[in-house]
Design a protein around this ligand. Structure first.
Ligand SMILES: NC(=O)c1ccc[n+]([C@@H]2O[C@H](COP(=O)([O-])OP(=O)(O)OC[C@H]3O[C@@H](n4cnc5c(N)ncnc54)[C@H](OP(=O)(O)O)[C@@H]3O)[C@@H](O)[C@H]2O)c1
Length: 290
C-alpha cells in the first residue's frame, strides 16, 4: 500500500531494494541519514500516525504498513532483498503491546519477507535479553530473537545494543534531570553506547557484511560506568560542578540492572565496531541541544 496523500509516494516497485522499519525513530532517523550519505535508495515503512517529517530530506520512499497488520506488509516488501528491522517499542510497560510489536510484529515481518524473497533481515534486539530478570520488554525481544534464529527464509543478523545515547534520547532527558539533583543513584556498571555508532553498525550489517554469523552481535560501549558515574558524566558535559552523595534508589537501580559480561569481538571483526567514548557522545548530544 502506498501513501496516496504523500506527494513523494509512488508504487514501491523500483524504489530501492532495502526496506527500513522504525525509520522515524531515534535510531531510524540516523540510519536514514547514513543511507542517504551512501547514496542508497531505500524505502521506509511508516504508519499512518508516524511523523514523516522526521525523515524528510533523506530520500526515503515512504511505504505504509504496520508490523502488527500482516496484510499491510506485502506491498512494502515487493522487490526488496534486504530489511533493516529497527522498529520497536522502548518505553512501553504493557506486556501485550510489547508482545504484539516485537513477537507478532517480527513473525509477521519474517513471514512476509519469506514470501517476498528477502535475502537478509538485520534486526535490532537489545542487551536486556541477556538479563536473568527480564521484564516484558526484554522477554518479548528475547522471543523475537528466537524467531529470527529459526527463520529459514534467508539470513538473519541480530544486533544487540545496550542503552543508546545521543541528541533526542529519552534516556538522556532522564539523566539530565538526575544530573540536577544533589544526590546520585547507586547502581552497578553498564556500558551505554552512542546511537550514531549503532546506526553505522546496522548499516554495515545490511550493506557490507559478507556472511551472517550464527550468533547475535553484541554492540558494547567502550566505557563501563555505574549509574552514578553516568549521571556525573552528564553533569560534566553540561558544565555543572556540584558535590553529590550517592543514594540507594531501588526502582531506578533495577532499571539499571547489571549488564552481563559480553564482548564486542564479533562486532569489531565483522562490522568495524569502534564506538566513541561516552564523554564524547554526551558532549556532542548536549551541544546539539544548545
Ligand atoms: N533506545 C535505546 O536505548 C535502545 C537500546 C537497545 C535496543 N533498542 C532497540 O532499538 C530499536 C530502535 O529503538 P528507538 O530508540 O529508535 O525507538 P523509537 O525512537 O521509539 O522508534 C521506534 C520506531 O518503531 C516504529 N514502530 C513501532 N511500532 C511499530 C509497528 N507496529 N509497525 C511499524 N513501525 C512501528 C515507530 O514508528 P512511529 O514513528 O509510527 O511511532 C518508530 O519509527 C528498537 O527495536 C529497540 O527495541 C533501543
Amino acid at each position: 500500500m502506498t501513501l496516496a496523500h504523500d506527494p513523494r509516494s509512488r508504487p514501491a516497485r523500483g524504489t530501492g531494494e532495502l526496506l527500513v522499519t522504525g525509520a522515524t525513530g531515534f535510531l531510524g532517523q540516523r540510519v536514514c541519514r547514513l543511507l542517504k550519505a551512501r547514496k542508497v535508495e531505500f524505502r521506509a515503512l511508516v504508519r499512518l500516525t508516524s511523523v514523516r517529517s522526521a525523515i524528510e530530506g533523506t530520500g526515503a520512499w515512504m511505504v505504509e504498513g504496520d508490523l502488527t497488520k500482516f496484510a499491510s506488509l506485502a506491498a512494502a516488501l515487493e522487490g526488496v532483498t534486504t530489511v533493516l528491522h529497527l522498529a520497536g517499542v522502548v518505553r512501553e510497560a504493557d506486556p501485550e503491546i510489547n508482545r504484539d510489536t516485537h513477537v507478532h510484529g517480527t513473525r509477521n515481518l519474517l513471514t512476509a519477507c519469506q514470501e517476498a524473497g528477502v535475502k537478509r533481515v538485520v534486526a535490532i534486539s537489545s542487551d536486556t535479553v541477556l538479563r536473568a530478570d527480564r521484564d516484558a520488554y526484554a522477554q518479548s525481544k528475547a522471543d523475537a530473537e528466537q524467531l529470527l534464529a529459526h527463520w529459514d527464509g534467508g539470513e538473519a543478523v541480530v544486533l544487540r545494543p545496550p542503552m543508546m545515547l545521543g541528541a533526542g534520547s529519552p534516556h538522556l532527558d532522564r539523566l539530565l534531570k538526575l544530573s540536577r539533583l544533589p544526590v546520585v543513584p547507586k547502581g552497578p556498571g553498564r556500558r551505554p553506547v552512542g546511537v550514531d555508532d549503532v546506526a553505522a553498525a546496522a548499516v554495515a550489517a545490511a550493506l557490507d557484511l559478507t556472511d551472517a554469523p550464527d550468533e547475535p552481535i553484541d554492540l558494547v560501549g567502550p566505557d563501563r560506568v555505574t549509574l552514578g558515574e553516568l549521571v556525573a558524566l552528564v553533569a560534566e558535559a553540561r558544565g555543572a560542578r556540584m558535590k553529590r552523595r550517592t543514594l540507594k534508589l531501588g526502582a531506578l537501580e533495577r532499571r539499571f540492572a547489571p549488564e552481563p559480561e559480553v564482548d564486542d569481538r564479533l562486532a569489531r571483526e565483522l562490522l568495524g565496531w569502534d564506538p566513541k567514548p561516552l564523554r564524547e557522545v554526551l558532549t556532542a548530544a548536549l551541544e546539539s541541544k544548545r
